[in-house]
Design a protein. Structure first.
Length: 295
């Protein structure tokens, strides 16, 4: 048996375009939900990272605990209660996951869709298991619970591939402080930056968005969006912020703070100064950014 059969199988899922029409329809439907401010809440912007992985701990933990109790004589009622808790907690976890999934790249969405199907199967099996237990068909309930746990494991495998192999939900700007060297970096003449327009430059091979205000003030942020590395320099400027052209995350130019998701992490910001008619930038310490945000 090939040792790489699981990675190859998971890679094949993201390469299959056959369900893209369904994926597009579903993602448009999720984006059209009238969630308003609740969308950022479900993305986890308030938490600093996606909230979906946190929410799934409740149903997965409840169902795994129910399986353990099923092995203990006389614990059938407690196992049923845990299954019910897991079913109740699955709904908000699924909604948070769907909101995140709708803002992913197509290859990520393909894996996410199969992940959702596996978890939906698990919910259906556990619902059937609970119904059997209520009717006194304990043996059937245990069997369906075991099948449900198997589906949960499959969903977890796909979720791990999505999160760690495909980097969905990861901060795609986190490496900037590790790559940009300390000190000031000259990136061009002041005349190269027209007022009111986004300009792209590079510091130590890291793309940087530069915006010059009408009064001559400069702002500079890491150009690759923390959500999925979209080019902010190709986005739109509005009310002192920049909107990512890929998924609509909004960042404040003054300090890189993510004022609207789906991004859950702020953009690395740069200090700016003009020396001899040239613009120089220096990566701002993260503590400074957090302090300015708190004020």
């Amino acid at each position: 048996m090939r040792r790489d059969i699981v990675p190859r199988l998971l890679d094949s899922v993201e390469r299959q375009p056959h369900g893209d029409a369904v994926t597009d329809t579903l993602s448009r439907g999720v984006r059209a939900l009238p969630l308003r401010g609740g969308r950022d809440l479900l993305h986890g912007r308030w938490l600093g990272h996606p909230v979906h992985p946190l929410l799934v701990q409740v149903p997965v933990g409840s169902w795994l605990s129910a399986a353990v109790l099923d092995l203990c004589p006389g614990r059938e009622r407690a196992a049923g209660s845990l299954i019910a808790v897991g079913l109740a907690a699955a709904a908000p976890a699924a909604l948070a996951g769907a909101v995140d999934w709708a803002e992913l790249h197509p290859r990520q969405q393909r894996v996410g869709l199969v992940h959702a199907l596996a978890n939906t199967t698990a919910v259906a099996l556990y619902a059937a298991s609970l119904a059997c237990r209520v009717k006194g068909r304990t043996k059937a309930g245990r069997g369906l619970g075991l099948l449900g746990l198997t589906a949960v494991a499959a969903g977890g495998l796909l979720g791990g591939h999505l999160a760690y192999r495909q980097a969905a939900g990861a901060n795609h700007a986190e490496e900037v402080p590790q790559v940009v060297s300390e000190g000031w970096h000259r990136i061009g003449s002041v005349t190269e930056f027209p007022a009111g327009r986004a300009t792209r430059r590079a510091v130590d091979d890291v793309p940087v968005l530069v915006v010059r205000e009408a009064d001559g003030t400069f702002h500079a942020l890491a150009d690759r969006c923390s959500h999925l590395a979209g080019p902010l320099s190709e986005g739109t400027l509005e009310d002192g912020c920049v909107r990512c052209p890929w998924h609509g995350s909004v960042f404040r130019l003054a300090d890189g703070w993510n004022v609207q998701g789906p991004a859950t992490s702020p953009q690395p910001a740069f200090d700016t100064r003009v020396v001899d008619g040239h613009l120089e930038v220096r990566l701002r310490d993260r503590d400074q950014t957090e302090d300015s945000t708190a004020r």
